[in-house]
Design a protein around this ligand. Structure first.
Ligand code: SF4
Length: 259
């Protein structure tokens, strides 16, 4: 299926990039092109250049949630170590996390940093799951998206990015996850003000794209890859970046994002 391209959209990157036949380009139907076509074009370009991202790297929805909490303010490699510890101790279920002592839990998640706070957050989540949904993740994930988002945000330690990661990657619900990489990219491309907050960025994506969990899943992961590989806080490597052709002008060299 082909995406309609508006005349104001910059040309797509040329040949220097690898292409991957498996990239899910067909998620963008012609009907879906919005008055703000640049984000669908970003997606299409990145999916073609980088291929499928296979997110979220977890075995179960509950493991996604544990990872979403542990990844706050740390690199994923540290989360992997903490999750390996929890797996070794057979603690990657709501019931097991309810039962484990907080001291032991803190020690096990230590590699992810801020380990005492993160142990408390994990405990707060499983308490919420018990009190509101009888400990059933499936029951929690059946709640309508907007309502569940509000209820997650009321749990200790769950902010917008974590809540949306849970909704999208554990619940397969069409909510766009925004992170610092995303905000930096939007700002540098003139799509978002430097002082814009999380909700503004989220609305920009959700208002410009079809509400499709698979698309949101893939697009967020692609933007993370761009942020890690090219769109660094200082001295972005635009010449190598797949989004380079979309730059309105030279990007700001340093960006302070507000989440
Ligand atoms: S590295 Fe440059 S081209 Fe790539 S997303 Fe950042 S600002 Fe855009």
């Amino acid at each position: 299926m082909t995406t309609t391209v508006q005349p104001t959209v910059p040309p797509r990157p040329k040949a220097t990039q690898k292409t991957h036949r498996a990239a899910p380009r067909t998620l963008l139907s012609p009907k879906a092109v919005s008055p703000r076509p640049i984000l669908p074009q970003f997606y299409e370009t990145l999916a073609t250049a980088l291929g499928p991202m296979h997110w979220w790297p977890a075995r179960t929805p509950f493991e996604v949630i544990v990872g979403a909490i542990l990844t706050q303010n740390t690199a994923w490699v540290n989360v992997q170590r903490a999750i390996a510890n929890l797996r070794r101790e057979r603690l990657l279920t709501p019931r097991a996390l309810e039962r484990v002592g907080q001291g032991k839990l803190s020690r096990l998640v230590r590699p992810s940093g801020y380990f005492r706070q993160k142990a408390k957050k994990l405990k707060a989540f499983v308490r919420f799951l018990r009190s509101d949904f009888a400990g059933s993740l499936a029951r929690m994930l059946r709640i309508p998206t907007a309502e569940l988002r509000e209820r997650l945000l009321a749990v200790h330690g769950i902010g917008p990015e974590t809540a949306d990661s849970i909704l999208l990657y554990a619940g397969n619900q069409p909510v766009f996850v925004v992170d610092a990489y995303t905000q930096r990219i939007l700002f540098r491309h003139g799509l978002l003000g430097e002082k814009a907050g999380y909700e503004e960025a989220r609305q920009l994506f959700e208002g410009s794209l079809p509400r499709d969990a698979k698309l949101f899943n893939e697009f967020h992961a692609l933007l993370v890859k761009v942020g890690k590989n090219w769109c660094r806080p200082q001295q972005p490597r635009c010449e190598q970046c797949p989004l380079g052709p979309y730059l309105p002008s030279k990007p700001s060299p340093v960006v302070g994002v507000r989440l």
